[in-house]
Ligand binder design. Structure first.
Ligand code: CP
Length: 329
């Protein structure tokens, strides 16, 4: 059933013109502020729709969305499935672990096979940076990057931005500290691109072994001590140690890491009193974050991030399905 809030959101979009004019969503890098703002505004209307308990099943009726995840996922895959279904799409979750990938079929042949089935939207997660860009060149479907290697996770950055905007009333001018394993984090990179584009002061905080030197080229300030990096921050974003991407031990032990870089109440006290605490999940409690902080309703917005994930993905599916895209990757 149509919903007045979403109808109003889409009407606004039609009147102001569509600023997101790419066929795919492969990265945040390169997006201009009006395109990001428009996606966030449309997502806001989907937050209201989801909270009303209604759906918008006519929007993607007859369209097919395939979730193609070569890496594990709880939040991203489930929320793309929910988003697609709430908009009326036929959603297929391809189980890569029991697919012909196990018989040696390549990524390109797998994608070409799915393409021959005429899918409209292909959501891809892969451990190789750039894999979604490669697929975007060979399939007819709109490709959405659900996380590629250490490069980008664009819908995560959008949902993080929506959470920040709703909690703080703005994005521009805020100080955001992104803490932990920056080296292996696509979430960090997408957030850095989005938050600097939208006018935030972005800091990265972590041990030297987990912060690549070139990160400063993205316009962030580097800190190696939590006390300094968190001082006066509006937003504290914690990241998991991505051990699956580490070829050697880059931290001495989980216990020692928590002592120096794990967010507990004492370290959080350095940030502003009304600072919000974020984490993209999955969390490793007692490693990068203390349960007392993760579950602290006064500061933690981690569950809200998950809620925003569904709304943002609905907005992305909505915009891409309108067919305004003209840019090839
Ligand atoms: N934040 C995130 O991408 O979580 P999942 O790995 O569970 O999808």
């Amino acid at each position: 059933m149509p919903h007045p809030v979403v109808d109003a959101g889409r009407l606004l979009l039609q009147r102001s013109g569509v600023f997101y004019r790419q066929k795919h969503l492969l990265a945040i890098e390169g997006l201009e502020p009006p395109a990001i703002s428009q996606l966030l505004d449309l997502a806001e209307s989907y937050v209201l729709l989801n909270r009303s308990g209604k759906t918008q099943r006519d929007l993607l009726r007859g369209r097919t969305l395939i979730n193609l995840f070569f890496e594990d996922s709880t939040r991203t895959r489930t929320s793309f499935e929910l988003a697609g279904k709430r908009l009326g799409a036929d959603v297929i979750n391809m189980a890569v672990s029991s697919s012909s990938v196990n018989k040696g079929e390549t990524l390109i042949d797998t994608a070409a096979t799915l393409n021959a089935m005429h899918c409209d939207l292909l959501v891809v997660r892969h451990d190789q940076s750039g894999a979604p860009n490669l697929l975007a060149q060979i399939v007819d479907a709109a490709v959405i990057n659900a996380g590629d290697g250490t490069r980008e996770h664009p819908t995560q950055a959008l949902l993080d931005a929506l959470t920040i905007k709703r909690r703080k009333g703005r994005i521009a001018g805020l100080t955001v500290a992104i803490c932990g394993d920056i080296a292996h984090s696509r979430v960090a990179r997408s957030n850095i691109h989005l938050l600097t584009t939208m006018g935030c002061q972005v800091r990265v905080v972590g041990p030297p072994t987990l912060i690549p030197a070139e990160i400063a080229d993205l316009g962030v300030t580097v800190f190696h001590q939590m006390a300094e990096g968190l001082a006066g921050a509006d937003v504290v974003m914690m990241l998991r140690l991505q051990r699956e991407r580490m070829s050697r031990g880059l931290v001495p032990s989980a216990r020692e890491y928590f002592r120096f870089y794990g967010l507990d109440k004492a370290k959080l006290a350095r940030a502003k009193p009304d600072a919000i605490v974020m984490h993209p999940g999955p969390m490793n409690r007692g490693v990068e974050i203390d349960s007392a902080v993760a579950d602290d309703a006064l500061h933690s917005v981690i569950k809200e991030q998950v809620e925003m994930g569904v709304a943002v993905r609905m907005a992305v599916l909505d915009i891409l399905s309108q067919g305004h895209g003209r840019n090839e990757p």
